[in-house]
Design a protein around this ligand. Structure first.
Ligand code: GLU
Length: 499
C-alpha cells in the first residue's frame, strides 16, 4: 500500500461549477488543503464541468474569491496554471476519449447503443441497465456504428466477487461487485462522466490523495476497478464526512428551506454569506477545521498554521456532523477580541460606510477597544455603534421606552439623570471612563440607586439605544460636552411628557 511519504503529496479540490460555493465543499477542500500543507505538497483546483447543463457561469470566480478570502492558497489551477493543465475538464476532452477507447480495445469497456426508449423501458421494469450490449459480437457493433447509431461507453463491471479497497478514514472496505451497474464512462456527445474523467485526471495530475465527500463511497468499488483496468498506481482515498443540518437531519442544503437559528436569522451556508454576515476568515477556518477533526489538547481555538502542523486525514471522524453554527458566533467573537485593532478598524469601516455613515478613522480606532468585546459579527457594529458616526448635531432624545430602565418610571429616570449631571460636569475635560465610573458609582451609592439604574439610564440617554459599547467608554468618545448635552435632551424630553 502506498503511503504519503513515498510520493510527493498532491491533493485536489474538484468542484463542479454549479453556482455559489457551498460551505460543505469548502470544508472538503480544506481537509485536502491542510493535508497538502502538512506535507509540504501541492494543492490543485480542478473544475469538473463535464455536465454542461449544470454549469453556471461565474462559478469559478466565486470559488476563487472564497479561497482567497479564507487564505487557502491554490498551487495549480485554471487561474494559477501549472504543469498538468488544462485544469478545466471541458478543455481535456480528447484525453478522456483516448482512454475510453483504450478500455474498449482491451475489453474493459464496451459500446452501448441503448436508445432512450430502451432505457426508459428498463427503468420501468424496475431494474437498472440490463447489460444487453455488453456481449455484442464485434461485427454487430461495427454494423450499428455504420448505421450511425449513437452510443455511450460503459465499464464492464465484474459480475461476481468483491472489490476491496483502503480508505484512510474508514479502513479496509469490501463491496459486492454484483451490486454495481455497468456505469457510463463516456456519453454519446463525447463528454466523459465523473467516473472516467476524475480518474484520468487524478492519474495525469499525479494526485497522491483523493479526499472527497462520502457520497462517493458507493461508487468507490467502480473507481477501484477502473484504476485496476488501467493498471495505474492508485492514490490513497479518504471519504470525508459531510455536514448535516443543525438538527442533525439531512445533508446541509443550499437549496431546501434554510435553517433559522434562535434569533430568526437564516444560517449561512454559501461562502459569500459568511463574508456578508461579518465573520472573520480566520474564525471561519477555525470553525470548519473543528468539524469532524479536532486539534487535540482540548483546544478549540487554533490558527490554520497550527492545524496544518497536526492535521492528518487519518484522524478525521468518519461520522457526519450536525452543523454547529452556534459555535461560529462564539468563535468569531473570540477572534474579534484578539484581532489587531487596525485590522478590525479596516474591516469595520466598509460596513459602516455601506450603511451610509461617514467614518472618521480616529473615532473608529478609538472605539475599537470598547466595541470588540460585544461584537459577535462585524455587522453588529451597525446597531451597536453606528450612532457614533451619525451627525451629532441632529441627535434627538430617544423615546421613553428606551430611556426608562426596567423597574423604573419616567419621574425616577428624570431624577437620576438630573442628579448625575452636575457630578459629571465636575469631571475633567478628558472625561476618562474610570473617573466617570467612580463618580457615578459614588453618586448611586449616596442616593441609594443601583449602579445598573444609573449606568443604564445614562447609556440610553447618550446613545439613544438599549445596547452600546460600555456606557463610560461611550461617553468618553462622545466627550463631556456632547454627553451632557444629550443627558439634558433626555431630561427635557421626559419632563415634557410628565408635565
Ligand atoms: N466534481 C465532483 C463533485 O463535485 C468531485 C468529487 C471529487 O472530489 O472527486 O462532487
Amino acid at each position: 500500500m502506498n503511503d504519503s511519504t513515498d510520493r510527493p503529496v498532491r491533493t485536489r479540490y474538484a468542484p463542479s461549477p454549479t453556482g455559489p460555493q457551498h460551505i460543505g465543499g469548502i470544508r472538503s477542500a480544506l481537509f485536502g488543503w491542510l493535508y497538502a500543507r502538512r506535507h509540504g505538497g501541492q494543492f490543485i483546483l480542478r473544475i469538473e464541468d463535464t455536465d454542461q447543463k449544470r454549469s453556471v457561469p461565474g462559478s469559478l470566480e466565486q470559488i476563487l474569491e472564497a479561497f482567497d478570502w479564507l487564505g487557502m492558497d491554490i498551487d495549480e489551477g485554471p487561474a494559477q496554471g501549472g504543469d498538468f493543465g488544462p485544469y478545466i475538464q471541458s478543455e481535456r476532452l480528447p484525453l478522456y476519449r483516448k482512454w475510453a477507447d483504450w478500455l474498449v480495445e482491451r475489453g474493459y469497456a464496451y459500446k452501448c447503443f441503448a436508445t432512450a426508449e430502451e432505457l426508459a423501458a428498463m427503468r420501468g421494469a424496475g431494474a437498472g441497465y440490463d447489460r444487453r450490449y455488453r456481449g455484442l459480437p464485434a461485427a454487430q457493433v461495427a454494423d450499428l456504428e455504420a448505421q450511425g447509431r449513437l452510443f455511450v461507453i460503459r465499464f464492464k463491471m465484474p459480475l461476481t466477487g468483491k472489490t476491496s479497497g483502503q480508505d484512510m478514514i474508514r479502513g479496509s472496505m469490501s463491496f459486492d461487485n454484483s451490486a454495481l451497474q455497468d456505469a457510463v464512462l463516456l456519453k454519446s456527445d463525447g463528454f466523459p462522466t465523473y467516473h472516467l474523467a476524475h480518474i484520468v485526471d487524478d492519474y495525469h495530475m499525479q494526485i497522491s490523495h483523493v479526499s472527497r465527500a462520502v457520497e462517493w463511497l458507493p461508487s468507490f468499488p467502480l473507481h477501484l476497478q477502473i484504476w485496476d483496468a488501467f493498471a495505474w498506481r492508485k492514490p490513497q482515498f479518504a471519504h470525508l464526512p459531510v455536514l448535516l443540518n443543525p438538527n442533525g437531519k439531512g445533508k446541509l442544503s443550499k437549496r431546501k428551506e434554510r435553517f433559522v437559528d434562535g434569533g430568526g436569522k437564516a444560517v449561512p451556508v454559501l461562502a459569500h454569506e459568511f463574508m456578508d454576515a461579518g465573520f472573520l476568515p480566520a474564525a471561519v477556518m477555525n470553525f470548519l477545521t473543528n468539524i469532524g477533526w479536532n486539534y487535540g489538547d482540548n483546544q478549540e481555538i487554533f490558527s490554520t498554521a497550527q492545524a496544518a502542523k497536526r492535521f492528518d486525514l487519518k484522524d478525521v471522524n468518519p461520522a457526519n456532523s450536525a452543523y454547529p453554527i452556534a459555535k461560529l458566533e462564539w468563535l468569531n467573537n473570540q477572534y474579534i477580541q484578539t484581532a489587531e485593532a487596525d485590522y478590525l478598524a479596516r474591516a469595520l469601516k466598509p460596513i459602516l460606510e455601506e450603511a451610509g455613515f461617514n467614518v472618521d478613522d480616529d473615532r473608529l480606532r478609538q472605539l475599537v477597544p470598547s466595541l470588540r468585546v460585544r461584537l459577535k459579527t462585524l455587522n453588529d457594529v451597525l446597531p451597536m455603534a453606528g450612532f457614533f458616526f451619525a451627525d451629532w448635531a441632529s441627535f434627538e432624545a430617544p423615546v421613553a421606552d428606551i430611556l426608562v430602565q426596567r423597574k423604573m418610571d419616567r419621574a425616577g429616570t428624570v431624577e437620576i439623570l438630573r442628579g448625575a449631571l452636575p457630578a459629571l460636569e465636575q469631571l475633567d475635560g478628558d472625561f476618562k471612563p474610570d473617573e466617570q465610573h467612580a463618580a457615578m458609582a459614588a453618586y448611586a451609592r449616596n442616593c441609594g440607586y443601583k449602579n445598573g439604574q444609573v449606568f443604564g439610564s445614562l447609556r440610553a440617554a447618550v446613545s439613544g439605544q438599549k445596547v452600546s459599547p460600555p456606557t463610560f467608554d461611550t461617553m468618553a468618545i462622545l466627550g463631556k460636552a456632547e454627553s451632557t448635552r444629550r443627558i439634558k435632551l433626555a431630561i427635557d424630553a421626559l419632563s415634557r411628557e410628565l408635565a
